[in-house]
Design a protein around this ligand. Structure first.
Ligand SMILES: NC(=O)C1=CN([C@@H]2O[C@H](COP(=O)(O)OP(=O)(O)OC[C@H]3O[C@@H](n4cnc5c(N)ncnc54)[C@H](OP(=O)(O)O)[C@@H]3O)[C@@H](O)[C@H]2O)C=CC1
Ligand SMILES: O=CCCC(=O)O
Length: 293
């Protein structure tokens, strides 16, 4: 199966490599074109523009940072829209809001193309290991065509119906995740300030009802003030912002998410946006230090 792949950031690179390793023929494009070279070394071809990739491939996947990037790659000069046509499919796996996804869907389908949104749950390591959870919605026939690729990229795919449902599900999941990260950070601070071992707290959590892979993976590094980026904090803040907007639209009060968003925003303002989202711990710690001063 030949696929195009647009966007070789933390996630896109790992996903494209996985497709190559599993026998897919992959043509890649990235805004910073030099990042394509690592993929070429692993057997990929390069398209000079998104339009060139779509022209070459029946199916094109995108994994881009945010709504503005997702729109730009489709609508700008040399973008996807210039070459999409009947018989071609476009699969956007970026985390965006439902409105962005709908705009892209309408544009693609107006040219006769098929559109699927397919954001993912799971981070850098699951992307490398083909263990993502895929939250697809849109054109069912395209979903079925993509099953061989989704089986390589993920451990489970959901088809959630009409365009927007995948985006919304992803935002709900990440809203919960961002709030959980803030709760873990506060817990680590509380343990520390009250004379308890943070590592022992993690050991206790791991054995109880709220054990989860995120606490297990991120907790030990947080204790060491280490935040190597797997899921960049700037993207988590974008997801909190988009989830809060979804809450506004539906009149759902989300005070916990709103407070967490403020902490992520503060972290961004301190220049921590490119670190892992667990770096919000620095903001939570600083607040606790100033409270006790
Ligand atoms: N990291 C993670 O754990 C996860 C991330 N996601 C989501 O996946 C998406 C990608 O995340 P991730 O790989 O971590 O992000 P990165 O920041 O590592 O990569 C972002 C990608 O988007 C490209 N890009 C940014 N702006 C533009 C633009 N205006 N036009 C064209 N391309 C652009 C970047 O190109 P360039 O190299 O030129 O900067 C890069 O290829 C995001 O929506 C994120 O929320 C979903 C699940 C997990
Ligand atoms: O959007 C990012 C999700 C990260 C994760 O699921 O671990």
């Amino acid at each position: 199966m030949e696929v195009g792949f647009l966007g070789l950031g933390i996630m896109g690179k790992a996903m494209a490599v996985n497709l190559l390793r599993n026998g897919f023929s992959v043509t890649v494009w990235n805004r910073t074109l030099s990042k394509c070279q690592e993929l070429v070394a692993q057997g990929a071809s390069v398209g000079e523009t998104p339009a060139a990739v779509v022209n070459k491939c029946k199916y094109t996947i995108a994994m881009l940072s945010d709504p503005s990037a997702a729109l730009s790659v489709v609508f700008d000069k040399d973008g996807v829209l210039e070459q999409i046509c009947t018989g071609k499919g476009y699969v956007d796996m970026s985390t965006v809001d439902a409105d962005t996804s709908s705009k892209i869907s309408k544009a693609i389908t107006s040219k006769g193309g098929y559109f699927l949104e397919a954001p993912v749950s799971g981070s850098k390591k699951p992307a490398e290991d083909g263990q993502l959870v895929i939250l697809a919605a849109g054109e069912k026939a395209l979903y079925e065509d993509m099953v061989p690729a989704f089986n390589v990229l993920g451990k489970k795919s959901f088809f959630l119906g009409e365009v927007g449902n995948g985006a919304k599900m992803k935002l709900v999941v990440n809203m919960i995740m961002g709030s959980m990260m803030n709760a873990l950070s506060e817990g680590l601070c509380l343990a520390d300030k009250s004379g308890l071992s943070q590592q022992t707290l993690l050991d206790v959590l791991e054995l109880g009802a709220i054990a989860n892979p995120m606490f297990k993976l991120k907790g030990p590094a947080m204790i060491q003030n280490s935040y190597p980026p797997a899921f960049p904090l700037k993207h988590q803040q974008k997801d909190m912002r988009l989830a809060l907007a979804l809450g506004d639209e539906n009149a759902v009060s989300m005070p916990i998410a709103a407070a967490s968003n403020e902490a992520f925003k503060k972290a961004r303002s301190l220049g921590l946006g490119d670190l892992d989202f667990s770096a919000v711990h620095e903001v939570v710690k600083a607040a606790k230090d100033s409270d006790s001063a």
